[in-house]
Structure formats: structure tokens, C-alpha cells
Design a protein around this ligand. Structure first.
Ligand code: 5GP
Ligand code: MG
Length: 171
């Protein structure tokens, strides 16, 4: 297993992002929404560094690539609390093409959020095909398939405390 980003470095960036969030969201009713399942570890670490009262929500988005349903994003918001009149901070593990994040921003505004800011732990360099500029980014990384700290390969490896690359890159 190649370690791309060690645990201590992730911790330092999450601290820095939390400091920005603490400054930007002071005095606003806000909800932090994590995109399942990859953002769970990031969400758990980040919210414990946020100093202002806020609510937590979860939303699921699965994209089916290839075959007849190529590019279709299926959204499940059955676990989402009421976000009408609230500011939202939307978290994802990784920004690739930008489809997930841009679609979910629209979805949350449609559900009545006053504003939606976006935050990704990782962003793949040169992969965005849908214009989508996250408000907070942890790390820009090369176009490799990464795992750990919430990110999976075939639903395994999410528990690893670092970001790694599998020995034979499945991509
Ligand atoms: P996008 O919609 O931006 O193309 O893709 C974002 C989603 O694709 C992420 O939420 C994540 O689930 C998945 N994804 C993209 N790249 C990787 C990667 O390198 N590793 C893992 N585990 N998931 C990825
Ligand atoms: Mg995802």
C-alpha cells in the first residue's frame, strides 16, 4: 500500500479547513451535510472542530457509469433533515468530474437551503468536466484511484486512517 497522504497531514488540513469554517459560518444557522458513504470519516473529524452550533445531515448519491445509464446520478435524500431557511456546508470525500457536487448543490437549493458552500477533502487535478469550484479543498491530487479515510475500493479500505493508492491501480 502506497501512502499518498499520511494521517498527520490530513489532520493538519482538517484543522485548517475547520478554522475557515469557524470564521465563515459564525452566527448563522447551518447544517453540515455529508455525502454517503465516502465523506463519513471526514465529516466526523471536521464537525468536532466546529465551534458553532450546527445540525448534521446525510445524503446519498450514486453514479452509474457505463452501459445504458452512463452518467446518471441517483439521489436519495430520505435521511436529510429539513434545510429550509438554513445555510448548508456540503461535504464530499473527493471531487472528480464535478457531477456529484454540482447536482447536489442544485438539489439542496431546490429543497430550500439559503446558501450552499462546498467542501472536498480531495480534488483530482485536471478531471473536472462540470464547472464546480469547491469553497474549501483539502488536497489536490494526481489522477489516481485513492482509498482510505472514508474512500473505498469495492466497499473495503474505508477505515484506513491515511489516503493510499492500491499497488495495482484499478483505474
Ligand atoms: P464526480 O461526480 O465528481 O465525478 O465523482 C465524485 C465521486 O466519485 C466521489 O464522491 C467518490 O465517491 C467517487 N470517486 C472519484 N474518484 C475516486 C477515487 O479515486 N477513489 C474512490 N474511492 N472514489 C472516487
Ligand atoms: Mg461519493
Amino acid at each position: 500500500m502506497d501512502v499518498l497522504i499520511p494521517e498527520a497531514e490530513i489532520r493538519r488540513r482538517v484543522d485548517a479547513i475547520a478554522a475557515e469554517v469557524n470564521r465563515d459560518f459564525a452566527g448563522r444557522p447551518f447544517t453540515v451535510i455529508g455525502i454517503l458513504t465516502g465523506s463519513l470519516v471526514f465529516l466526523a473529524d471536521l464537525i468536532r472542530l466546529i465551534e458553532h452550533p450546527h445540525q448534521i445531515g446525510l445524503i446519498q448519491a450514486s453514479s452509474y457509469r457505463g452501459g445504458t445509464t452512463s452518467g446518471t446520478l441517483v439521489v436519495n435524500d430520505g435521511l436529510l433533515p429539513d434545510i429550509k431557511g438554513r445555510h448548508v456546508l456540503l461535504l464530499d470525500d473527493i471531487l472528480d468530474t464535478g457531477q456529484t457536487l454540482s447536482r447536489l448543490v442544485e438539489h439542496l437549493l431546490h429543497k430550500g437551503a439559503v446558501s450552499v458552500k462546498t467542501c472536498v477533502l480531495l480534488r483530482k487535478i485536471g478531471r473536472q468536466t462540470i464547472p464546480c469550484e469547491p469553497d474549501y479543498t483539502g488536497f489536490s491530487i494526481p489522477n489516481k484511484f485513492v482509498i482510505g479515510y472514508g474512500l473505498d475500493f469495492a466497499d473495503d479500505y474505508r477505515h484506513l486512517p491515511f489516503i493510499g493508492v492500491l499497488p495495482d491501480d484499478p483505474k
